[in-house]
Design a protein around this ligand. Structure first.
Ligand SMILES: [Zn+2]
Length: 255
């Protein structure tokens, strides 16, 4: 089988998975079941026909609007589907089929869902983070970073952020970081191990600071208008999972 064929099928499968991630992103914060009922238009409630539910293609065919009520379909749907398709294609090409690929793709899917939900609702559902900690640890029994690094990752990831959250609360008497962030970083620790988790935290803080300062300069936010940190943790973890090892080597060579 030529490599391009494998990458094509990985992308197609990724688009279908992305479609399911959209269901999770919409329903988890609303507390409804992710398996029942079938997808419907969020504006008029009409159930979707199969041809309105084809990942990526339907959005283009429908020109981003419901056929019945002309309600606008969120750009989030094709964006998440395209992002997931790209992630599966790149993952297949980079890792090749195997357990590590499965671990990284599952991790990536969790990050996409957490990113989107935190951005919109300032919420990181336990339904993703808590099973994520367990699944990440189980994968570490057979692939990198190994169970010991994974276990330390859970403790360090959760612990460091817990201390920061507690310290911030005592200093300013308001909540800067939530327990959702703590559980999310513990999940990142389980999948990546403690070293790459610290790299992820660094990337998240730097990107969060740059965008936060940018918003303040543009007078679109204030110090008290907290940006959802989970969104930045997702970006940091994705960067760390792909480039973290190189960053660590570069950083350690500075000393
Ligand atoms: Zn509609």
């Amino acid at each position: 089988m030529p490599p391009a064929v494998g990458i094509f099928f990985a992308a197609a499968f990724g688009a279908v998975v992305g479609s399911f991630l959209n269901v999770c992103i919409y329903r988890l914060p609303r507390g409804t079941s992710i398996v029942w009922p079938a997808s419907a238009c969020p504006h008029c409630g009409r159930g979707l026909a199969w041809f309105e539910n084809v990942p990526l293609l339907s959005y283009g065919v429908l020109r981003g609007r419901c056929r019945t009520c002309s309600g606008v379909i969120s750009m989030r749907y094709p964006t998440v589907e395209a992002l997931t398709a790209a992630m599966f294609a790149l993952g297949w090409w980079y890792y090749g089929p195997g357990t590590l690929l499965a671990a990284r793709l599952l991790f990536g899917c969790a990050l996409i869902v957490l990113f989107a939900i935190d951005l919109e609702h300032q919420l990181l559902p336990n339904a993703i983070t808590l099973p994520g900690i367990i699944v990440g640890f189980l994968f570490s029994l057979v692939v990198e970073p190994g169970w010991m690094a994974s276990l330390i990752g859970v403790v360090v990831g959760g612990g460091v952020l817990y201390l920061i959250a507690e310290g911030y609360y005592r200093l300013r008497h308001e909540e800067g970081l939530g327990m959702g962030d703590v559980k999310m970083l513990a999940m990142i620790g389980a999948f990546l191990g403690w070293k790459l988790t610290l790299v992820a935290l660094m990337f998240a803080s730097v990107s969060g600071s740059i965008i936060g300062i940018g918003l303040i300069v543009a007078r679109r936010g204030s110090m008290n208008h907290a940006l959802p940190f989970g969104t930045f943790l997702a970006i940091g973890a994705a960067v760390s999972a792909t480039l973290g090892q190189q960053v660590l080597i570069w950083y350690l060579n500075l000393w």
